[in-house]
Design a protein around this ligand. Structure first.
Ligand code: PLP
Length: 442
């Protein structure tokens, strides 16, 4: 087999470094190889800057908001400063609220719960389940493409309206025409929430330039895997809504009225942050945002786009491989590619890529069952599951070339190991790969 792409290794020094870049993983044949992490779209590795910042914070970590101790005051400042960084990262308006959440799913559910009564919601059925499922009730309209947006909004009853749009598809990496969607939404007086989970790690997100009202994102996709995400946007609906969770931190006063409790909820966004907040996660997320702001996007984008071209060019040479696309092969996209290979089980391919080649990809329907099923059908592929390779700051040319070469081998000569389906997942049998000592020692 001859590949037209040259085999060269280039370590992406020009982009912010990630922890684990030199990780090696065991193969079933007993060798160890550098890990080719091509699953950034699911969860990105930790930025070294984030890891170091968390390390620096940990000795100071203490209770926030109500603690009188000096370390508590430091932790409180860290947490509140993180809101300012998030605000800058997405170009928020001065009056916008920043609510820390667990992730994008949490942020969208929060917003769904905070909508004024009788809000009409218009969204797209090809979205990730996080953007698809939180909206309930008779006021929800689900579209299969942007072409129907204008008419759907025209049909909405008078009252508040919200359009849900995704920045970059987690299946194909393709960019949604957010500014066009926003312009249509504005003509009908609708607000817009942008699911930036996949966009924010790859491109600048600017609330003003895109003319959206809310942005949601996840720290673990933004190289800050410490359990925090955020909802940034207009404060009025959030302030007027019932608290997302009831509990400490969301209240300004609770008093005993006999059989009832009299509760005064906090007036600010804290009303949606009940319980002890994730200070470390918020700080990690803020440091990641700061790193991107400071580094700037041109080198990050150039690094990724060069690898993406290499990946798509290489994948196109694999016999029977069909790439999935929402908007067409030439459409602008981030470094995410999903595909099916004729006659091949994506789960088995993914297992063999890991066990025999040290490559991490994802298989399945990517929490976007409608999109994946439809795109597979459009591509002429059978089944409901695909493979996804996703690039990021930890990716390099060797990872891409290894994936392409491994797919050629697996598709033409098949796996060299035995595999069996265990609990619905293909697993090497036997699997002699040793776990790392910290895990196997337990
Ligand atoms: N939206 C998109 C586009 C995603 O890709 C994902 C996760 O893959 C989500 C939302 C949900 O993100 P999280 O799992 O961090 O809540």
């Amino acid at each position: 087999m001859t590949l037209v792409i040259p085999h060269a290794r280039s370590v992406p020094d020009a982009v912010p470094p990630v922890a684990g870049a030199r990780l090696t993983v065991p193969l079933v044949d007993g060798r160890r190889v550098p890990y080719a992490n091509l699953d950034h779209a699911a969860s990105a590795p930790c930025l070294e800057a984030v890891r170091d910042a968390v390390d620096e914070l940990l000795p100071w970590y203490a209770s926030v908001h109500r603690g009188a101790g000096f370390a508590s005051q430091v932790s409180t400042k860290v947490y509140e400063q993180a809101r300012d960084v998030l605000r800058r990262f997405v170009g928020a308006r001065r009056t916008d609220a920043v609510v820390f959440t667990r992730n994008t799913t949490d942020a969208l559910n929060l917003l769904a719960r905070a909508l004024p009564r009788s809000t009409s919601v218009v969204h797209f059925d090809t979205d990730h389940h996080a953007a698809l499922l939180p909206w309930r009730g008779s006021g929800v309209r689900r579209l299969s493409g942007v072409a129907g947006l204008d008419a759907a909004l025209r049909d909405c009853p008078t009252g508040p309206r919200l359009v849900v749009v995704t920045g970059a598809s987690n299946v194909t990496g393709e960019l949604w025409p957010v500014a066009d969607v926003a312009a249509t939404a504005r003509r009908h007086g609708a607000r817009i929430v942008l699911d930036a989970a996949q966009l924010a790690p790859h491109r600048p997100v600017d609330i003003g330039a895109l003319d959206v009202d809310y942005v949601v994102l996840s720290g673990h996709k933004l190289y800050a895997p410490f359990g925090a995400g955020a909802l940034v946007g207009r404060a009025d609906w959030l302030r007027a809504a019932d608290p997302y969770l009831a509990g400490g931190g969301a209240t300004s006063l609770v008093s005993d009225r006999g059989t009832e409790l009299a509760v005064t909820w906090s007036r600010g966004v804290e009303r949606h942050e009940a319980g002890t907040p994730n200070v470390v996660g918020a700080h990690a997320l803020a440091v990641a945002c700061e790193t991107f702001l400071h580094h700037g996007w041109p080198t990050i984008r150039a690094h990724e786009q060069a690898l993406l071209t290499r990946l798509r060019t290489g994948l196109a040479t694999v016999p029977g491989l069909r790439e999935l696309s929402l908007f067409g092969a030439e459409h602008d996209r981030v470094g995410v590619v999903s595909f099916a290979v004729d006659g091949q089980d994506p789960g088995l391919l993914a297992a063999a890529l890991s066990a025999e080649h040290g490559i991490g990809v994802r298989d399945g329907a990517f929490c976007a069952h409608i999109a994946t099923g439809r795109l597979l059908a459009t591509a002429g592929a059978s089944g409901t599951r695909a493979l996804r390779a996703s690039l990021g700051l930890g990716s390099d040319e060797e990872h891409v070339d290894r994936l392409v070469a491994a797919l050629h081998t697996l598709v033409t000569t098949g796996p060299t190991w035995d595999y069996a389906e265990v609990d619905g997942r293909w697993t090497p049998t036997p699997d002699p790969r040793p776990l790392p000592p910290f895990l196997s020692a337990q």
